[in-house]
Ligand binder design. Structure first.
Ligand SMILES: [Zn+2]
Ligand SMILES: [Zn+2]
Length: 423
């Protein structure tokens, strides 16, 4: 039987409802902000993505599904939406309709990723673009829209990071200073970053390798090099976000290496997702349309990974249903002085741990059942013989392992064990 492609999962009938709900909410919110839907083909000329995404990017170098069609033309399945959308915008002269055009696109994108957790070869995005204005008010409204959308989906605990990456007037000075700095740390950088230094140096700032991170941590920061116009623009964006009471953190590492990206960049992170934790991100790209051969068209946009949103919502729902496994249950086996058990329980509680003991004289088996039911991470079992030797038994209620530890050290040791762990 022929199987589907890894990293390109089917969305089965019992899942499609969630996708429909997600997209219905998105359309509803986007409509309120005056955005209209555009649908472009899922494949384009390869050249569009090489110019629109940039040659020295992982997407273009390693991840595109590129093929020659029967006519010998090189075509590529879209790895992201912005280039296609801007191509269509310029080709159909949509600028003639309004000085600020608001468009969105929902659909599948394709990248040859390693299908590790959270990465797909066919994945889905909601892509949003506000085209035609350089104004800081547009940036603030776009961030507010994304914030609103995540809230409308019910996503909690996300963090907003913002930054300004300058423009062609000021970034070259920074690039020079940054390269001069990197030159002194060449040996500490990974091979990828050596390539980045020649093609796309700012991307060294978001390299995940520990050596590169250490170098980046003490590098000169872009904020010190912004020209007055960029500085004012960023201050205005932040001022508007403050006015809207949208919390954010300025993250100087939030960069995009390509020349056509300018000024505002932003990202919403869900710390609960682990290493692939960006749920949505975007920025201003005032130079992109020119790069594609069109007129100057200052624009800003963002893309949201639908899979990441659904994963976040599912994890959230699960966490809400099941309380975490934490704390210590103090159990007694046989005739044991209840005062010892009570004192130990009180000590654990004072040290900040959730703790309970049996107040009803149940059997050890009954106590263990209760400890599991109440989702305790560990139990301390007090037996008369062990206590006589100053020992108690520590049992891992998740893994099942148990061993004796000195009673006098029990409370201290338990405060240092991994308290919170989902089974
Ligand atoms: Zn690196
Ligand atoms: Zn500038």
């Amino acid at each position: 039987m022929i199987k589907g492609i890894r990293g390109a999962p089917d969305i089965l009938p019992d899942e499609t409802g969630k996708w429909q709900a997600l997209e219905t909410v998105a359309r509803d919110v986007l409509d309120r902000y005056g955005y209209a839907e555009i649908r472009t083909p899922i494949f384009e000329r390869t050249e569009l993505f090489i110019r629109g995404i940039g040659e020295a990017t992982d997407i273009v170098e390693k991840e595109m599904y590129t093929f020659e069609d029967r006519g010998g033309e090189s075509l590529t399945l879209r790895p992201e939406a912005t280039a296609s959308l801007m191509r269509s915008f310029a080709e159909h002269n949509l600028a003639a309709k309004s000085s600020l055009v608001k468009l969105y696109l929902i659909g599948p994108m394709f990248r040859h990723e390693r299908p590790q957790s959270g990465r797909f070869r066919q994945f889905h995005q909601v892509d949003v673009e506000a085209i035609g204005s350089p104004g800081s008010a547009v940036d603030a409204e776009v961030v507010a829209l994304l914030h609103h959308l995540l809230e409308a989906w019910g996503l909690r605990g996300v963090e907003l990071h913002v930054n300004s990456i300058g423009d062609p007037a000021c970034r070259p000075r920074y690039r020079e200073a940054f390269l001069a700095y990197l030159g002194g740390y060449r040996d500490a950088l990974c091979p990828d970053c050596h390539v980045r230094m020649t093609k796309n140096p700012l991307r060294v700032l978001d390299c995940k390798q520990p050596g590169c991170r250490a170098v980046a941590a003490t590098a000169p920061t872009l904020s010190g090099y912004l020209c007055d116009a960029c500085r004012d623009h960023f201050a205005a964006v932040r001022g508007l976000l403050d006015g809207l009471k949208i919390g954010y953190e300025v993250n100087e590492r939030l960069v995009r290496g390509l020349d056509y990206y300018t000024r505002t960049t932003f990202e919403f992170l869900n710390p609960a997702l682990g290493s692939q934790n960006a749920v949505a991100g975007g920025g201003r790209y005032d130079g992109l349309v020119e790069e594609l051969g069109g007129p100057p068209t200052p624009s800003i946009g963002f893309a949201i990974g639908e899979e990441r949103i659904l994963t976040s919502l599912a994890a959230q729902a699960e966490a809400a249903e099941t309380p975490p496994i934490t704390g210590v249950y103090v159990a007694t086996a046989g005739p044991v002085d209840l005062r010892v058990a009570m004192e130990l329980t009180q000590t654990l509680r004072r040290k900040g741990l959730r703790s309970a003991l049996d107040l009803e004289g149940r059997s050890l088996k009954g106590q263990m059942r209760q400890a599991n039911k109440d989702r305790f991470r560990y139990s301390l079992i007090l037996g008369a013989d062990e206590l006589a030797r100053g020992q108690v038994t520590l049992k891992d209620m998740v893994g099942g392992a148990q061993h004796e530890i000195p009673l006098a050290e029990a409370a201290d040791r338990l405060t240092h064990l991994p308290e919170r762990e989902i089974a």
